[in-house]
Design a protein around this ligand. Structure first.
Ligand code: IPM
Ligand code: MN
Length: 353
């Protein structure tokens, strides 16, 4: 196949980890005879520095013209500590998701046998964990209006809004995924308190009869926060709103041993986007120490979800497993004194694919 991938390295460690994913994708292209070209574009703080805009028009055009987007990370501490900053890098990511129509964020949590001892949880709890979150990505409290402050600046407000349609399209993706997996779906909400959550529950209840082979559970978000680490294997597919999904997927990422391992896919439109679930990790930027595996595995998801290239995706997952077994890993998961650099891991993966 002949494809173009838009590369949006973004901020912090983004450029370093995306560069490793490119090495691996190039090795896949060579092995399987594909022609893959890249179009790089600016996003986040990197784009503010050049254009004063975290998601410039040109970046949007490049994404729309591409066959898929590979994204690194966004965020810069110089904005975090300045609540009055006029533009924020994160706005770029939110606008990108919204304007590309990527309403479903798929975040899997699985374990690697050779890494299971790195999990902070007990072996018997972690072993066999394999669930996937479908996080709603373009609505909810991240986008609801009104938002802002009163004139005196003494009161701030955000609004959580969901339409039935927004819930249903996300829920359908969850049901369909469950049908292909272990046929269990958990709707995560706070229906004992929130009106939006009651609409989530009602909508999912209405859809359920269309998927008679899927068993549906309804659980409150606070209880899921606890059960997720207490007994992670209880879950198969989880669907939830934007903010709950943001929080729970960070929590979930530690189960497998490191946040630097978990990939994600953002779906909903023709052009799909793939990104590691971790952030820009500014403390590590430029040090060649960040774990590139989440981005490499995001590239595997890209090949699988955007092009149905299963064999290619499997080849990437296999070489990642091999690197874990061989101990060719970065400091976050390395044994004492055995850490490899970001670029060394990328080179090893490309050479051993
Ligand atoms: C994520 C991130 C983003 C989010 C931030 C950077 C806006 O935390 O992708 O999970 O909250 O969605
Ligand atoms: Mn997050």
């Amino acid at each position: 196949m002949k494809i173009t991938i838009a590369l949006l390295p973004g901020d912090g460690i983004g450029p370093e980890v995306v560069a490793q994913a490119v090495k691996v994708v190039d090795a896949v292209a060579k092995k399987f005879g594909h022609e893959i070209s890249y179009q790089e574009a600016l996003v986040g703080a990197a784009a503010i520095d050049v254009h004063g805009d975290p998601y410039p028009e040109e970046t949007h055009r490049i994404c729309q013209a591409a066959d898929a987007v590979l994204f690194g990370a966004i965020g810069d501490p110089k904005y975090d500590n300045n609540p009055k900053a006029k533009v924020r890098p994160e706005e770029g990511l939110l606008r990108m998701r919204k304007s590309l129509g990527l309403f479903a964020n798929v975040r899997p949590t699985f374990t690697f046998p050779s890494l299971i001892h790195k999990s902070p949880l007990k072996l018997e709890r972690v072993e066999g964990t394999d669930f996937v979150f479908f996080r709603e990505l373009t609505s909810g409290i991240y986008f609801g209006e009104p938002r802002g402050r009163n004139e005196q600046g003494t009161k701030a407000f955000d609004t959580n809004v969901y339409t039935k349609e927004e819930i249903a399209r996300l829920a359908r993706m969850g049901f369909e995924a469950a049908q292909k997996r272990r046929k269990h779906l958990t709707c995560v909400d706070k229906a004992n308190v929130l009106a939006t959550s009651r609409l989530w529950r009602e909508t999912v209840q209405e859809l359920a009869p269309e998927y008679p082979d899927v068993e549906v559970a309804y659980e409150f978000v606070d209880a899921v926060a606890m059960r997720l680490i207490q007994w992670p294997k209880a879950y198969d597919v989880l669907i939830t709103e934007n903010l709950f999904g943001d929080i729970l997927t960070d929590e979930a990422s530690v189960i497998s041993g490191s946040m630097g391992l978990m990939p994600s896919a953002s779906l909903g439109a023709e052009v799909k986007l793939f990104e590691p679930i971790h952030g820009s990790y500014p403390q590590a930027a430029g040090k060649n120490i960040a774990n590139p595996l989440a981005t490499v595995l995001s590239a595997a998801m890209l090949l699988e979800y955007a092009f149905g290239a299963m064999e290619e995706a499997e080849a990437i997952k296999a070489v990642v497993n091999k690197s874990l077994e061989a101990g060719v890993v970065t400091e976050d998961i390395a044994d004492q004194g055995q850490a490899h650099s970001t670029s060394a891991v990328g080179d090893w993966l490309a050479a051993n694919l």
